[in-house]
Design a protein around this ligand. Structure first.
Ligand SMILES: *Cc1c(COP(=O)(O)O)cnc(C)c1O
Length: 363
């Protein structure tokens, strides 16, 4: 049975420019003369749809190494890319070994118990050395023990992760680099990997053999002053006007009457709300772009809609069913994050499920 046809007017739309993702991959890879570049596609490729994003990276951009967070994501990715190298950051628990082997997935081992779980296997694995973030990875004590014992493993990757690589002059970056250098060369046959997106822009001293960008592939900015030159925005969101209301002075819009019309007002209801991920219920400083102009969101964000103020005469031609840009060339992801309680990582990964999804390969 084919899926029932839903007319475009019924849904908001997420547009993903796959060519921009490939372009960003090439731009990030070019920051290093020699390092290979992987792609982090965890969390459904940061909310954009791994079943479209991963093939574009593999076939169009030439990326052959991928990272995901957990085994479920890895198994899905394996069904999409039968020949890619896939690492899973969360490593290997004893009950996951069979699935890892069956699907040819490489665990990144995070502590000595995970090392114990994988010991004696010929299949490759990664080792995560914690150099200060105190999250996943072998602690200092465990790292010493690991190199004393030299367990029987086929280690193809030795990696670590930054605390705040997006702050270029933060002393912790050099401190982590020093710690990583000390361990990295004890595993000379493994590829070394330290850099997430922000790390790539710290310079080639930090690059080692393999880069691991995530958010910058998707046009996000991890907190650098701005999206670096040569990177493109990837994703657009458009809603649609459901209804237009004419309010008299003193009439209020939405739950708890948080916005009141001071004069005669024209307010449009747009078909996205906090359930669609772009807005938090407290995001009241947000703007949208409609009819060629910026319009403010007014009143409380509802689950399924927002209200926008289109009282100004410049919006006179705006009408029901018109498209409203929520994220795009005029209202960038950075601008949305700027006025939101949510950061760019949260905005991307929190995109809701009920958009009509539109994937574009050519520009
Ligand atoms: C998520 C993640 C990345 C990618 O980070 P970005 O900041 O999105 O580039 C790289 N390495 C590890 C270990 C991660 O968890």
């Amino acid at each position: 049975m084919s899926a029932p046809h839903i007319p475009d007017s019924a849904l908001a739309t997420m547009t993903v420019h796959l060519d921009a993702i490939s372009h960003n991959y090439q731009t990030l890879k070019a920051q290093s003369g020699s390092a290979e570049c992987a792609a982090v596609v965890k969390a459904n490729a940061y909310g954009l749809g791994v079943e479209h994003v991963a093939p574009a990276l593999y076939h169009d951009a030439g990326c052959k190494i991928f990272f995901v967070a957990n085994l479920a994501e890895a198994v899905i990715l394996r069904s999409i890319l039968p020949d890619a190298i896939i690492y899973v950051f969360n490593g290997a628990m004893p009950d996951q070994v069979g699935t890892l082997i069956d699907h040819n997935i490489r665990p990144v081992l995070n502590d000595l118990s995970q090392v114990e779980t994988w010991k004696g296997r010929a299949e490759p694995c990664g080792i995560h050395i914690d150099t200060g973030i105190n999250r996943l990875g072998l602690s200092e004590v465990e790292t010493d023990q690991f190199f004393d014992e030299k367990p029987d493993l086929n280690v193809s990757l030795v990696m670590s992760h930054f605390i705040q690589s997006e702050i270029a002059n933060h002393p912790s970056n050099e401190m982590q680099l020093d710690r990583f250098i000390r361990v990295r060369y004890q595993l000379p046959d493994a590829e070394g990997s330290l850099c997430n997106s922000g790390g790539i822009y710290l310079g080639t001293d930090f690059h080692f053999d393999l880069l691991r960008p995530g958010i910058m592939l998707y046009g996000g900015n991890p907190g650098l002053p701005k999206l670096p030159d040569g990177l493109k925005h990837v994703m657009e969101l458009h809603g649609r006007i459901l209804q237009i209301r004419h309010l008299k002075p003193g009439m209020a819009v939405g739950y708890n009457s948080q916005w009141t019309a001071a004069e005669d007002a024209r307010v449009a209801l747009v078909n996205v709300g906090y359930a669609d991920g772009t807005y938090n219920t407290r995001d009241t400083r947000a703007n949208v772009f409609v009819g060629g102009q910026v319009a403010p969101v007014v009143g409380k964000v509802s689950m399924d809609m927002i209200a926008i103020d289109i009282s100004d005469s410049k919006f006179n031609h705006v009408t029901v069913k018109d498209e409203v840009e929520l994220i795009g060339p005029n209202i960038t992801l950075e601008m949305v994050a700027e006025v939101s309680t949510l950061g760019q990582y949260e905005l991307l990964t929190g995109i809701g499920q009920r958009y009509n999804k539109n994937y574009k390969s050519g520009s």
